[in-house]
Design a binder for this molecule. Structure first.
Ligand SMILES: CC(C)(COP(=O)(O)OP(=O)(O)OC[C@H]1O[C@@H](n2cnc3c(N)ncnc32)[C@H](O)[C@@H]1OP(=O)(O)O)[C@@H](O)C(=O)NCCC(=O)NCCS
Length: 181
């Protein structure tokens, strides 16, 4: 008798969860780097990645820049996983000083695997980073974005960030003040 295949639940949305990136786990770091590489692979012209962007460059960015931010600037790196445990997004946030002024919380790189974009993954990663800023008692959030990065610009609009400065002919600075808890 033929076996019946279980029916797929209709319209069930994948559930994503956010976790702190464990830099001591090479498998997790490797998967996060792969996501970073893929997310920026087709956009090196307007993202903050070098023209010779490669899987190794992505791995180095996490192992060097992100880990430095964690160790030296009270940063936290996060990964988003789907319901099978696969890493589909990664992001970093850390304390910083702008123009020698007050300490702010800087949203560094965020990357979502192209197959998982537009499902709220980056929004979750940003919420986690804003939570980290709150834990540090830092209410001013800042970040930089290329003027052609429509995805990120669209997201800022939705998340209540305001453009407040032009860095150069290509990049804008965005800011958001967190409300008191
Ligand atoms: C930018 C990026 C991180 C967004 O990730 P994401 O998980 O797809 O974003 P979300 O699903 O959380 O999107 C939230 C909102 O942002 C806006 N947005 C996201 N992608 C967009 C796009 N391609 N065009 C226009 N608006 C977009 C929308 O308002 C969206 O809400 P909606 O889907 O309900 O309309 C992702 O596109 C990416 O990895 N890009 C390449 C790397 C990069 O540019 N990183 C940022 C450098 S500053």
């Amino acid at each position: 008798m033929p076996m019946k295949r279980p029916l797929k639940p209709l319209g069930k949305k994948p559930v994503f969860t956010v976790h702190e990136l464990d830099f001591n786990d090479p498998r997790v770091v490797g998967q996060a780097a792969e996501v970073l590489f893929k997310a920026y692979e087709k956009k090196p012209d307007f993202s903050a990645v070098p023209a010779n962007w490669s899987p190794n460059a992505a791995l180095e960015r996490i192992n060097l820049h992100w880990l430095n931010a964690v160790n030296l600037q009270q940063g936290k790196a996060f990964v988003a996983k789907d319901n099978t445990g696969k890493i589909v997004g990664a992001a970093i946030g850390h304390l910083d000083k702008i123009g020698g002024g007050n300490t702010i919380y800087w949203l560094g790189g965020v990357a979502v695997h192209p197959s998982f974009q537009r499902r709220g993954v980056s929004t979750l990663l940003t919420q986690a980073r804003l939570g980290a800023a709150r834990e540090l008692g830092c209410k001013t959030i800042m970040t930089k974005v290329h003027k052609k990065n429509t995805a990120r610009l669209g997201q800022f609009k939705k998340e209540g960030f305001a453009r407040f400065q032009t860095v150069d002919e290509n990049f804008y600075l965005f800011r958001k003040e967190l409300e008191s808890p």
